[in-house]
Design a binder for this molecule. Structure first.
Ligand code: EPU
Length: 419
């Protein structure tokens, strides 16, 4: 397994180009299953999660041509309706094929995802809603087995505004018979990106981005070409990279309008952030102040930025309370940040971070995608060398992270093959 070696203490300076959004690309690739015509995607990030999704699609029968950031997908013939255990355990977002498969082919067999490093993450709401639309669903041998004739529009209230749940339902409803209302829907920008793609394919969707989404089913969808939105979490991670190293970064293509909560909180912490033409300039704060954060669904502070923000708070002046409300186990980075000298106490779903003068490099282990990112950020700031193992987590969600950081002055190397 590869490791990342960081010689900390370098001030980052220069430009980083933000890639396409992983969490928009994944449902969008799955949505291509809703038509037999070609769907061409632009700005697709080159990530392991995207390769995993493409492998799953190919097993289902998709013909995919990938050329850098472009992807062409044709789902004319479908060979299978199954997302097997080995794929779903690698990537939970595989459940996003459930909605399109059941809507277009009336059949799907999807491995039930187990718990993961950040929480139990059930999919009960996806299933409840599809049942309301007329699907018959059983759980057998660890698989969700779903069958339906043509799905019927329904009025659905989600107990929690689940992101992939909302996406599965929107996809299923586009070619259902009649109108579907999703109440308490997820408002995340990635949901809007999916809805925009689907609209381009001929779907009738209103209200995406709000908590009430209305979808009028149509008979069929057609092919289209679509450019995936930039990744707000990748951008947020590099904003923190600039702040934590006292740097001066220009983040080209940074989707600032989707990062309000993050930008407002970082400004409160003293970080100088300015919108500038095609991106965002983030400069060295005079002094980093501790601030409190509570993760919420969009437009609240994103859980996917909690770990990175905690890394920043470890070297801020004062005490910061960070409360995680979305996932019940998303503090696995805390023990590793402590190895770098951070002072963090956990009480229930809150972490109390007391800023320290300096972090010192150490061996640490990545445990999930965003936890890994927080260790890279802390390593960039720490004195001496930080060695991060299990970096495959980073490859799932950050395109060429080591290369991008090297390009702005970080001393970061990847060593292959060692345990
Ligand atoms: N939940 C249920 N029942 C359900 C679905 C969700 O109880 O049927 C609960 C979950 O257990 C969790 C909460 O609802 O406590 C939120 O989960 P949600 O379903 O919204 O998360 P998700 O759709 O599985 C997506 C992103 C995550 C991101 C979350 C929250 C994708 C592919 N994944 O996951 O991204 O953290 O929304 O914003 O879009 C990441 O990129 O690192 C990542 C984990």
């Amino acid at each position: 397994m590869d490791k990342i070696l960081i010689a900390g203490g370098k001030r980052l300076q220069g430009e980083i180009v933000i890639s396409g959004a992983k969490n928009a690309a994944l449902p969008i690739i799955a949505a291509s299953l809703l038509t037999g015509e070609e769907v061409r995607l632009l700005n697709v990030p080159r990530l392991n999660d995207i390769s995993t999704m493409c492998r799953l699609m190919e097993r289902l029968g998709a013909k995919i041509i990938s050329d850098g950031e472009r992807l062409s997908i044709k789902n004319k013939e479908v060979a299978s309706f199954e997302a097997s255990y080995d794929v779903v355990k690698t990537m939970r977002a595989s459940v996003l094929v459930l909605g399109p498969l059941i809507a277009r082919f009336g059949e799907a067999r999807i491995s039930l995802p187990g718990g993961c490093a950040i929480g139990a993450r059930p999919i009960n709401l996806h299933l409840m809603a599809l049942e309301k639309m007329g699907a018959e669903i059983r759980v057998e041998h660890g698989y969700v087995v779903a069958r339906a004739g043509r799905l019927k529009g329904a009025r659905i209230y989600l107990d929690f505004p689940t992101v992939t749940g909302t996406e599965n339902l929107i996809m299923a409803a586009t070619i259902a018979d009649g109108t579907t209302l999703i109440e308490n829907a997820a408002c995340e920008p990635e949901v809007v990106d999916l809805a925009n793609l689907l609209t381009g394919m001929g779907a009738r969707i209103r209200g995406a981005g709000s908590d009430l989404i209305v979808i009028e089913g149509v008979d069929s969808l057609k092919g289209t070409e679509y450019r995936i939105m930039p990744d707000r979490i990748e951008a947020g991670t590099y904003i923190v990279a600039s702040a934590i190293t006292g740097g001066d970064l220009f983040l080209r293509g940074c989707p600032a309008r989707y990062l309000d909560a993050v930008i407002i909180k970082l400004r409160e912490a003293g970080v100088d952030i300015a919108e500038d033409g095609g991106g965002l300039r983030v400069r060295r704060p005079k002094k980093l102040k501790s601030i409190d954060i509570k993760t919420m669904t969009y437009p609240g502070f994103p859980t996917d930025m909690q770990a990175q923000m905690m890394a920043l708070m470890t070297v801020s002046s004062g005490i910061s309370i960070i409360t995680e409300t979305i996932f019940e186990k998303r503090f696995s980075h805390v023990a590793e940040l402590r190895r770098l000298g951070a002072d963090i106490k956990i009480e229930g779903n809150s972490a109390m971070v007391s800023g320290v003068e300096a972090l010192s490099g150490a061996n640490v282990m990545a445990s999930d995608l965003r936890a890994s990112a927080s260790l890279v950020l802390a390593g960039l700031r720490a004195e001496g060398e930080t060695v991060i193992s299990r970096v495959y987590h980073l490859d799932r969600g950050y395109e060429r992270m080591a290369e991008k950081l090297t390009g702005v002055g970080a001393k970061i190397d990847r060593v292959r093959g060692s345990q």
